[in-house]
Design a protein around this ligand. Structure first.
Ligand code: TYD
Length: 209
């Protein structure tokens, strides 16, 4: 049987990594085989594309940006995600096509439907079974990020208005696909969020058994 495909989404600084770690641990305790991966940068080719997107000096035109994310995604899904799912491994992914719709669509003001269709072309229609959206307002996420002391990448240097538009883009996506999305209030504690995510994932597992 196919593994479960679960994506984590949200604006930068909402705490996706910590929640992914905790979910992987939970799946492990249930005796399920899982892998953790990310976009952009889940493959060797993707690491090079990630560098172009986030650390190269100079501007990237919005459509070029959208195509680079889609190229990363196409290679990642074809060479890593689909093979893992096919052998029954659960795939937990840090960002997937909803990131493109929210960041390149709502954030960069490209047409959201075109951006979504570009990604669907890239992945031959593969959607996650479940998408966990960690929701936090842009000001709070910026405050969290400034505490880490890390040098911001090209996207992280965007202003609060950009992240507010991205956040709204995500909430619109969640409202349009309530079956696939599970929205978690990221103002809660780490353990409160993790507990809600476990309950939702356990439901998905029992539905798929
Ligand atoms: P990353 O450091 O992985 O961000 P985070 O740790 O917050 O997940 O950097 C990925 C950046 O790329 C992030 O700012 C979101 C952005 N992005 C897009 O704009 N479009 C996309 O399709 C994806 C996957 C990411």
């Amino acid at each position: 049987m196919s593994g479960l495909f679960i994506s984590f989404e949200g604006i930068d600084g909402v705490g996706k990594s910590t929640q992914i770690d905790l979910l992987i641990k939970h799946l492990d305790e249930l005796g399920r085989k899982s892998i953790r991966t990310l976009e952009p940068g889940g493959t060797d080719l993707g690491v090079e594309i990630r560098h172009l997107l986030l650390h190269r000096k100079g501007e990237v035109a919005p459509r070029a940006e959208a195509l680079l994310y889609a190229a990363d995604r196409a290679h990642h899904v074809a060479t890593k995600v689909r093979p893992a799912l096919a052998e029954g491994t659960d795939v937990i992914i840090d960002r997937y096509l909803d990131s493109s719709v929210a960041y390149q669509g709502a954030g960069r003001e490209l047409d959201s439907i075109e951006v979504r269709n570009l990604s669907l072309f890239a992945v031959q229609g593969l959607l996650p079974h479940l998408t966990i959206l960690l929701d936090l307002d842009a000001a709070a996420s910026l405050a969290r990020r400034s505490k880490t002391g890390e040098e911001p990448d090209r996207l992280e240097r965007e202003k609060v208005e950009f992240f507010e538009a991205v956040r709204q883009g995500y909430l619109d996506l969640a409202a349009a696909e309530p079956e696939r999305f599970f929205v978690v209030d990221a103002r809660q504690t780490i353990e409160e969020m993790a507990a809600q995510i476990r309950v939702r994932v356990d439901q998905l597992i029992s539905k798929n058994d």
